[in-house]
Every structure is written in structure tokens, then in C-alpha cells.
Design a protein around this ligand. Structure first.
Ligand code: GDP
Length: 449
């Protein structure tokens, strides 16, 4: 996600971080790099201008000039302004869904065809049911594509929410009202209304969705937009936000090789907060949008929080949190940790998914190591670790030739394979060393302050 932008920005800020003195020329040079990186990532020009303007102003301010390490302080400014332009200035509540209404809380979904509306309804229903313990009903007001109604039914059933059937002969407004009536009588907490999208912005589509809006008065009107559309995403968002009183935006397909500009400019252009980001096709691929974390990620800081959150989705939470904590405090990473990591890796959809969330520097370090482990291999590695004694797992240095032979026999593998596993463990351990205590944490602290 946003790899190019991350690489370029990370480079620009890295050079800056080491600067003991800020001069007009080194500041200008960094800002030029940042500006180019943003434009190349398809960030809308007005958003780039505003951002650069604000960073420039702060760079000249006392907080930066007077700081102990001005380069670092300036990087902090870039990070904060990046977060601000994505909505951090609105406060953390801005990205929350609003339920402050007589139930059911109605969420109306708007967007072009193919933006990811129906998928997002499924993801939202799952999120609301599982994380917010809400009783959710979904309905499709898309009477132009019978397949769309079927698709919504499928995803709704997949996540265990309730589905209100509609017919293509019904009128969209009537469908919405009937679903609302049903939701009231069956005590649903939330009603999500999926609507028809066209391929482009279309007057009839706008009128239809405005009519639904007027009839049911949703507390949330979410505009779903495909981040891969680049500048077009911004133009569409603007058109919808002019026509409908949107309360928030869902950016989908942030997992694609999008250049990421939409994430950075859609808030600025529409004035509406980004509430969620779609990061995978599967129905758990939705993240609450957090501008501060997003800014960290874009600057290549990665984030342990995201790793922990990922782990929460069905993995042993205590183990994951324990590991993150260990990394933070610089604890020892032993074979027991490695084993629980292998188990979690399998559940989390593999290493590449995790790698995406690591800081850029670490991604580089790790790509040197052979991390592309197949599931079968993971199972064999687990077998090897299982054949070790608790002491060996806690102190891998104990494992010399005779122990290796015993372990190999126990696991039914060759000694070479034990060696390979231990080598892989070593690589992982040195990766973890880079994460802990030293550089990484200092860098992170520098960014915040
Ligand atoms: P709609 O026409 O707006 O209802 O769009 P759909 O929900 O049918 O989605 C269109 C396509 O985008 C489908 O193939 C989805 O699987 C895919 N899609 C939606 N959201 C995401 C996402 O966050 N990431 C990825 N990779 N694909 C997505």
C-alpha cells in the first residue's frame, strides 16, 4: 500500500532527521522532495499546496528552530501535518459512526458502480455485529441490477446479519421505507441501505439517492470511493458531497497498488472525514481510519498497533500483545515467541500481509531474509520446535550438534532442516533487535515530539 509514496517520503525525511541545523536551503530541498512525492502519488494540488504551506510556516517557527534537533522536529511537523490533512484536526471522534438516534440508526451508502459499496456493506455489517454488538439489517435499493441484490444477500448471510429482500419491480424509496418499517418492528439497531451506482456521475442517480435520503433521513451517509481512481476519486467525491449531505467517506482498495493520493486529499477537498478504509477483498478487510496511524504508515514508520489489531481478529490476543510489548521494551525474542509467531502467521494470511505493516526500513531488512515461507514449511518448522525441550526453546544457543540430531529425529527431518530453521530464527531475531529499544523507538519518539 502506498509503497512509492512511502519510499520517497521516508527518504526525504530521513535525510532531514540527521540535520543538526536547519537552513533555508536544506528545508526547501526537503519540501521540494515531499511536494513532488505527493504530486506523483496523485494528491490533489490544492491539498498539496495547503500542506506544504503549513509545513513551511511551522518550519520557521520557534518549536522547530529552537529544538534540540531541528531536523527531527521538522520531521515531526511533517508527520503531524500529514495526519491533520487526513482529518486528525477533526479529533478522534470524527471517524466514529454516529448512533445517537432512535434505533435503527440508518446508514445510507452512496458511490459509483464498482466502488466497493456492496462489499463494504458486508464488511460494515460484520464490524457492527462483532465489534459493536449491533443487530444489523441490510437492504439493496439497486433495482437495475438483479445480481446486485443477490450479491448483497450473499455477503449479508456470510457475516450473519439479517437481509431484507427487495424486488427489481419496486421503487427504491419504497424499498428503503419498507426495510425501515421491518427494522423497527424487529428491533434492529442498524439498517444499512445499499444503493445503485452508475459508471459515472449521473443526474438521475443523484436524484434517486437524494429521494431515499429525504425519505429515511439517515444518520450516516457514507460515500464509498475506490482509492485506485486517483484524481478521479477526488472529483467524484466532490460531486457527491455537493449533491448529498455526506457524513463520511469510505476509501476502498487501499491494498491495491494505488498511489494513495485519494487518502491524502479526499478529506481536504470534501471537508468530510474518512471513516473507514477497505484493505482487502475479504469481509474482514475493513479498518477504522486513523489519520495519525496512516501518517505514520505513509512515512514508513509502520506500526505495531496495526499488527496487534490484526492479531486480535482471531488469533491469540494475549500472545500477540505480549510479543508487541516484548518488542517495545526490548525483551528477548526466543524460540517460543518464534513458534507462536509461526502459528499466528498462518492465521493472519501469511507474512506478506504482516510485512506491509512494518516500517519501511525493516521491510528492506526482512526482504533480504527468506521470508516467503510456504504453509507446509511452517508446519515442518513447528514440528522441529515441538521436538525441542523447554530449555532449548528459551535458550537456542544450547542447541549444538548432538541436540540437533535428536531434534531432527524427533521431528522426522534431516539435520540440515533444523539448521535452516535455526538460521531463519536468527534472521527473525535480528529483525526484532532492530525493532526494539534502540533506533526504532528513538525514531518513533522523535516523530511524536
Ligand atoms: P459496488 O458496485 O460499489 O457494490 O462494488 P462491489 O462491492 O461489487 O465491489 C467491486 C469489486 O471491488 C469487487 O470485486 C470487490 O471484491 C472489490 N473490492 C471492494 N472493496 C475492496 C477492497 O477494499 N480491496 C480490494 N482489493 N477489493 C475490493
Amino acid at each position: 500500500m502506498l509503497d512509492n509514496l512511502t519510499q520517497r517520503l521516508a527518504k526525504a525525511v530521513k535525510t532531514m532527521r540527521g540535520e543538526a541545523r536547519l537552513t533555508e536551503s536544506n528545508t526547501a530541498e526537503m519540501l521540494r522532495e515531499v511536494r513532488l512525492a505527493l504530486l506523483e502519488a496523485d494528491v490533489a494540488l490544492p491539498a498539496v499546496r495547503e500542506f506544504i504551506g503549513r509545513v513551511k510556516e511551522k518550519a520557521m517557527g520557534e518549536d522547530v528552530i529552537g529544538a534540540l534537533s531541528p531536523g527531527q522536529a521538522l520531521v515531526g511537523v511533517v508527520q503531524r501535518e500529514l495526519a491533520a490533512i487526513m482529518g486528525a484536526d477533526l479529533g478522534p471522534e470524527a471517524s466514529q459512526l454516529n448512533f445517537a438516534t432512535q434505533p435503527p440508526a440508518i446508514i445510507l451508502m452512496a458511490g459509483l458502480q464498482g466502488a466497493g459499496k456492496t462489499t463494504t456493506v458486508g464488511k460494515l455489517a460484520k464490524y457492527l455485529r462483532e465489534q459493536k454488538k449491533k443487530k444489523v439489517l441490510t437492504v439493496s435499493a439497486d433495482v437495475y441490477r438483479p445480481a446486485a441484490i443477490g450479491q448483497l444477500k450473499t455477503v449479508t448471510e456470510q457475516v450473519g446479519a439479517d437481509f431484507f429482500p427487495s424486488e427489481i419491480t419496486d421503487k427504491p424509496v419504497d424499498i428503503a421505507l419498507a426495510a425501515l418499517d421491518y427494522a423497527k418492528r424487529h428491533y434492529h439497531d442498524v439498517l444499512i441501505i445499499d444503493t445503485a451506482g452508475r459508471l459515472g456521475i449521473d443526474e438521475a442517480m443523484m436524484q434517486e439517492i437524494s429521494a431515499i435520503h429525504a425519505a429515511v433521513k439517515p444518520i450516516e451517509t457514507l460515500f464509498v470511493v475506490d482509492a485506485m481512481l486517483g484524481q478521479d476519486a477526488i472529483n467524484t467525491a466532490k460531486a457527491f458531497s455537493d449533491a448529498l449531505p455526506l457524513t463520511g467517506i469510505v476509501l476502498t482498495k487501499l491494498d491495491g497498488d494505488s498511489r494513495g493520493g485519494a487518502a491524502l486529499s479526499v478529506r481536504h477537498i470534501t471537508g468530510k472525514p474518512i471513516k473507514f478504509a477497505g484493505v482487502a477483498e475479504k469481509l474482514d478487510g475493513l479498518e477504522a481510519f486513523d489519520p495519525v496511524r496512516m501518517a505514520d504508515r505513509i512515512l514508513g514508520m509502520g506500526d505495531i498497533l496495526a499488527l496487534v489489531e490484526e492479531a486480535r481478529k482471531g488469533v491469540d490476543m494475549d500472545a500477540a500483545a505480549g510479543l508487541a510489548q516484548k518488542i517495545k521494551v526490548g525483551g528477548k525474542f526466543d524460540l517460543n515467541d518464534f513458534k507462536s509467531q509461526l502459528a499466528q502467521m498462518k492465521k493472519m494470511g501469511g507474512m506478506s500481509n504482516l510485512m506491509d505493516k512494518l516500517p519501511a526500513q525493516l521491510q528492506q531488512a526482512a526482504s533480504g531474509a527468506n521470508m516467503g515461507m510456504a504453509d507446509k514449511q511452517v508446519v515442518r518448522m513447528e514440528g522441529i520446535i515441538n521436538s525441542m525441550t523447554p530449555q532449548e526453546r528459551a535458550k537456542p544457543d544450547l542447541i549444538k550438534a548432538s541436540r540437533k540430531r535428536r531434534i531432527a529425529t524427533g521431528a522426522g527431518v534431516q539435520v540440515q532442516e533444523v539448521n535452516r530453521m535455526l538460521a531463519q530464527f536468527d534472521q527473525m531475531q535480528s529483525m526484532m533487535k532492530k525493532l526494539k529499544g534502540g533506533n526504532m523507538m528513538k525514531m518513533m519518539r522523535g516523530m511524536k515530539g
